[in-house]
Design a protein around this ligand. Structure first.
Ligand code: FAD
Ligand code: NAD
Length: 468
């Protein structure tokens, strides 16, 4: 029987990063993954493939709608070859997955393909696809088994017409009318992909706005921008039935006034969240407690109810984000090595990769109000930037919230071109507890979208933006 200092179960951005950090710290490490392809949800059916399709569809949208204004003429019709677009996405995924394989070899991590299941606290059975079982002994284990799409109890996902994000990443045809249930991150990102390719897209959302957990100003601006691009929104609508009728899907929902509204389309994407995944893990055999929401219970050191077993990523509490899972993977490796690492969960940024992009870190205005914190607000519109006018991406704004008394930055909320990248500046500033004035006095290259951050900081400091 092979013996390890650490066995990691699950090879997503939580698990593979944890494995690398353990190996870097000198531990003999095993990584167990049930699929032949490493990288988990993020690399195979999540972050990477969705961004590949967002980028491809963005190119098409630009060619159809914006090239002409830039003086670029394309003789003949611009056409989408969906098969090729999906093939390219697959090749991006394959290259990325191969990169993880390379990193496992480079760090001398032993990779086992099969379902990992606890025999007891220090032994893990690995059930392979050929039915064989191998047993590992591990002083410590890290559960990084991730999540799966959630569903509503009355929906029968046929995975052909009533689909989750996984199927939406490899459709064989462009829907005529895609009904999206849930105006969260997945619904909006994948909804925008198919809207750009020519589908009518209707988003049916239960709450009174899309991206309801983000600052309300972002939802307002994103709704406006996506509506302008053609997306239809039905907020405050509670879906209560989804039926397939031949090639048609019929979705029924109750609006605010309790009136029934019916949507007919050819595809329905169910994107109402994800649920932690612990099936087959046999956690109880190791004394690992699962909470009433299906998550593995952990303490502040991400240790489970079994002292030598830790859990990270989507399978525990907190936002289901790849970079959150990776930070936790690093933290656990360092805890096992006897170090005292720390994660500031308030500083984990959230991003929506629609266009305009949406990005945020820290407290929302709604949270500050609820907590009774007195704050100042500085806002700057993207349309006032030379860079935005040059590219034609004028939608959006940057909003900085800082403490009324100390000027410390408490939250940064952005929508616009490339804000997924700009948010890193806000994270850095907040990590070092910068004031809005600190940011406003830093030189920002001209012309860049980043100048909006400086201007919003000037506005928050003492309402003195230069360009608005
Ligand atoms: P996962 O990535 O889910 O990996 C878990 C792995 O464990 C899987 O490979 C699974 O096969 C394996 N496993 C499970 N049980 C066992 C077992 N018993 N034995 C062996 N192996 C097992 N997040 C972002 O931050 N940015 C994005 O842009 C983004 N886009 C997304 C787009 C989509 C469409 C989706 C669905 C998700 C997206 N996410 C994004 C979320 C992100 O993918 C997850 O937060 C992230 O993958 C979680 O990482 P993880 O390591 O916890 O789990
Ligand atoms: P989500 O939580 O972002 O959004 C789900 C939406 O569905 C919410 O707005 C919710 O109010 C709505 N909803 C729930 N029940 C409903 C009902 N009965 N009728 C209508 N609407 C309903 O979840 P998601 O979009 O499925 O994404 C799952 C997870 O994946 C998220 O936690 C997210 O963190 C992660 N993800 C992240 C990214 C990114 O970082 N860019 C991209 C995709 C996914």
């Amino acid at each position: 029987m092979s013996k390890y200092d650490v066995a990691v179960i699950g090879s997503g951005p939580g698990g593979y990063v944890a494995a690398i950090r353990c190996a870097q710290l000198g531990m003999k490490t095993a990584l167990i993954e049930k699929y032949s392809s490493l990288g988990g949800t993020c690399l195979n059916v999540g972050c990477i493939p969705s961004k590949a399709l967002l980028d491809s569809s963005h190119h098409y949208d630009d060619a159809v709608k914006h090239f002409e204004e830039h003086g670029i003429e394309i003789p003949g019709e611009v056409k989408v070859n969906l098969e090729k677009m999906i093939e390219r996405k697959l090749s991006v995924v394959n290259q990325t997955v191969d990169g993880i394989k390379f990193l496992m070899n480079k760090n001398n991590i032993d990779v086992f393909e099969g379902v990992g299941s606890f025999k007891d606290e220090t032994h893990i059975n690995i059930k392979k696809s050929d039915g064989e079982t191998e047993v590992l002994e591990a002083k410590n284990s890290i559960i990084a088994t991730g999540s799966k799409p959630a569903n509503l109890p009355f929906i029968k996902l046929d995975k052909e017409k009533i689909i989750t994000s996984t199927e939406a990443l490899e459709l064989k045809e462009i829907p005529e009318h895609l009904i999206v249930i849930g105006g969260g991150v997945i619904g909006l990102e994948l909804g925008q992909v198919y809207m750009r390719l020519g589908a009518k897209v209707s988003v049916v959302e239960y709450m009174d706005s899309i991206i309801p957990t983000m600052d309300a100003a972002l939802a307002k601006e994103l709704t406006r921008s996506l509506k302008k691009q053609g997306m239809k929104f039905y907020v405050s609508h509670q879906v209560n039935s989804v039926e397939r009728n031949g090639d048609e899907v019929v979705v029924k929902a109750k609006d605010k006034k309790d009136k029934e509204v019916e949507f007919k389309g050819d595809y329905c994407l169910v994107s109402v969240g994800r649920k932690p995944y612990t099936e087959g893990l046999n956690a109880e055999a190791a004394g690992v407690k699962i909470d009433d929401r299906g998550r593995v219970e952990v303490n502040a050191r991400l240790q489970t109810s079994a002292k030598n077993i830790y859990a990270i990523g989507d399978v525990i509490k907190g936002p289901m984000l790849a970079h959150k899972a990776s930070e936790e993977g690093t933290l656990v490796a360092e805890v096992i090595a006897g170090q005292k690492p720390h994660i500031d969960y308030n500083l984990i940024p959230g991003v929506v990769y629609t266009w305009p992009e949406v990005a945020a870190v820290g407290k929302t205005e709604e949270q500050l109000k609820e907590e009774g914190v007195k704050y100042k607000e500085g806002k700057f519109p993207m349309r006032a930037l030379g860079r935005s006018r040059a590219s034609g991406d004028i939608d959006g704004m940057v909003k900085i919230l800082s403490d009324e008394a100390t000027d410390e930055v408490l939250g940064v909320h952005m929508i616009g071109a490339r804000v997924a990248d700009l948010i890193a500046e806000a994270v850095t500033a907040m990590e070092f507890r910068a004031s809005a004035e600190d940011i406003s006095r830093m030189s920002h290259a001209h012309p860049t979208y980043a100048e909006a951050v400086k201007e919003a900081a000037l506005a928050a400091t003492d309402n003195r933006p230069i360009h608005s």
